[in-house]
Design a protein around this ligand. Structure first.
Ligand code: IMP
Ligand code: MG
Length: 185
């Protein structure tokens, strides 16, 4: 692949500001109750780490991992759970933490799977939302930024496992952008 162009969409300062706001809102909404932050690997790990430090409540962490089926151009619309939770979610306040809500396939599947664990409450926080790409009708309870249909990398998000460590969220443009490739998590 030719070297891609990376244009900053949200700077590290803008991200930190928004993550602080999300943390404050969630702290207020949960009224001093403990939370389980349930991160979707791998993309959400940096967001979860920063978000957690802005929620001064008793927070535990757990992680899920999923893969989607399909070849490089077509997703079959199936998701498979690769790693389930380690802790019990029963009667707990659970927040699914995701990097991007795109077609909605992943979170629709995970929400259903996690509801089977009978949490007291189940909420969704996503750093980015691309509503124009939605195929499955699902909304997040908390959204960092709503964006148009760009392919973005950085702050945990990848292209072919690269760029997760960029501190800013960047729009990736290249001749072979592989827009339709099933992205890794
Ligand atoms: P879904 O289409 O809502 O199931 O989104 C699935 C996953 O695709 C997200 O959690 C991301 O990991 C990944 N994804 C979607 N859009 C992008 C993007 O622009 N950059 C990097 N990963 C993405
Ligand atoms: Mg993800």
């Amino acid at each position: 692949m030719a070297t891609p162009t990376l244009d900053v969409l949200y700077s590290r300062q803008q991200i930190q500001q928004r993550v602080r706001e999300l943390g404050a809102q969630m702290t207020q909404d949960f009224h001093g109750q403990p939370l389980v932050l349930l991160g979707v690997l791998k993309g959400a790990c940096i967001f979860l780490s920063d978000l957690a430090r802005n929620i001064p409540l008793d927070c535990s962490f757990d992680f899920l991992s999923v893969s989607s089926y399909g070849d490089s151009t077509h997703s079959t619309g199936e998701v498979r759970l690769i790693k389930d939770v380690d802790c019990s979610l029963e009667d707990r306040n659970v927040v699914l933490v995701e990097d991007i809500l795109d077609t909605g396939l992943t979170l629709t599947y995970l929400k259903k799977m996690m509801q089977a664990h009978r949490p007291r409450t189940l909420k969704i926080v996503t750093l980015l939302d691309k509503p124009s790409r939605r195929v499955h009708p699902i909304a997040a309870d908390y959204v960092g930024f709503t964006i148009p249909d760009h392919f973005v990398v950085g702050y945990g998000m990848d292209h072919a496992e690269l760029y997760r460590n960029l501190p800013d969220i960047c729009i990736m443009k290249s001749a072979d952008q592989s827009r339709r490739k099933a992205p890794s998590r």
